[in-house]
Design a binder for this molecule. Sequence first.
Ligand SMILES: C[S@@+](CC[C@H](N)C(=O)[O-])C[C@H]1O[C@@H](n2cnc3c(N)ncnc32)[C@H](O)[C@@H]1O
Length: 433
Amino acid sequence: MKPEWWPGEEHEAFTEWAISNGIDTNSVTPARFQGRGLGMMATRNIKRVSAQKGEIVLQVPTQLMLRVEDIPSTFVGKLPEDISVHALLAAYLTHDALDEQSRYDLWRKSWPSRKDFEDSMPILWPTALGGAQLPSSKDDAPTHSQQPSLLPTSISGLWNSLQPGPKTRKYSPDHQNIVSQQAQRLRKAWMDVISALPDTNWETFSYNWLIVNTRSFYWIGDGQETPEDPNDAMGLVPFADYFNHADVARDVKFDENSYEFRATKDYEKGDEVFMNYGSHPNDTLLAEYGFFLDENEADSIYLDDIVFRDIHSAGQQEELWLNQYYGNYQVTPHGPCYRTEVAACLSYMKEEDWRNHVLEGQSQGLDESRSEATIKGWILTYAAEADATITALQKAMELDTTVQAHRSKAEMLLRRWRQIKDLCEHAAKSVSV
Ligand SMILES: C[S@@+](CC[C@H](N)C(=O)[O-])C[C@H]1O[C@@H](n2cnc3c(N)ncnc32)[C@H](O)[C@@H]1O
């Protein structure tokens, strides 16, 4: 009898292919893990040799990767010059899948299905649950403005219990408004691809776009400059894309010869070996990868829309902008960030006092307990949004037939909003007023 973790025949076949093509799997093998699909299991005890170096757990020859430079120039030449790397990789995978001799065939069979993405990735969810309007959304009825927004605010950019404050400046918000930016990238990718290859199939293309989104690794070639957009520094690494994410340290190295992954902690035979996809808050993990963690040191929420309700005059906002404190007011499980503290002072200080405080550390006009009360008020406003959305979600689960048909997604959202509420409560306690 096969063990519970047995990955299945297609994964065994792909593992054989990997080994015979020079992938050094050394001490890991694909296995099933409850709630995480496939992942990597240690086949022996793995040691983090010293504080600096752990054992190599996987080494993949660079020549097996799929990067822009591996796509035939005849294919690249058909597409618009400004197409993103992400779109190009997805377009190539889509058209290459039609080739019966494709070298990626066994690898492709190891990937999740489109249905797996439809279940886990908010961008593909029905609009009633916050999904995006995409070229062939089945329910492309526009969302009614009265309908509550059920996705976390960082993902949707929307609020149920408040009107966001005005913003006089355009800035690039970290980890906010994620789904609409993602949908914009996907729509642009799609337009670029069908302008050159009109017979491309939307379902297959969007599937491959999500494969690249969830399974690519940072890659820049030897001597290449780091691109402005980090989304353009990516490549796919066969077999390494079995690693699931956890809040562990990262030790990954690549060069023209190989992509190498090292353990950053000790693992016992049978343990799941994780990699770190980056310091992502849970809302980013949910929107970009379709899951989130129970415990996440990198979790955070953003107060920007709330802060700008109190700091709404053009003069105050210009002060923030000129001093590089405009936006990205973060609250982590440990409390508010320094930018939030600086913004809180501006809500009551004279602009000149505030400038002297921020630039020269002077304290005229500074009232710490007032700053703390302001910050606490902002955090509790976010907590009230969590309460309002939890209530709306529970009501939708009782009354809305679309939401009822997608119960596990609604439960996932409920779990995340409860986490957000807890994060707010902890953070509010950390502010001493
Ligand atoms: C690079 S793949 C990892 C392999 C994947 N689990 C599979 O079955 O093919 C990334 C995807 O794995 C899942 N994943 C990664 N880390 C996870 C975790 N800690 N918990 C749950 N799912 C996770 C998510 O679906 C994510 O989009």
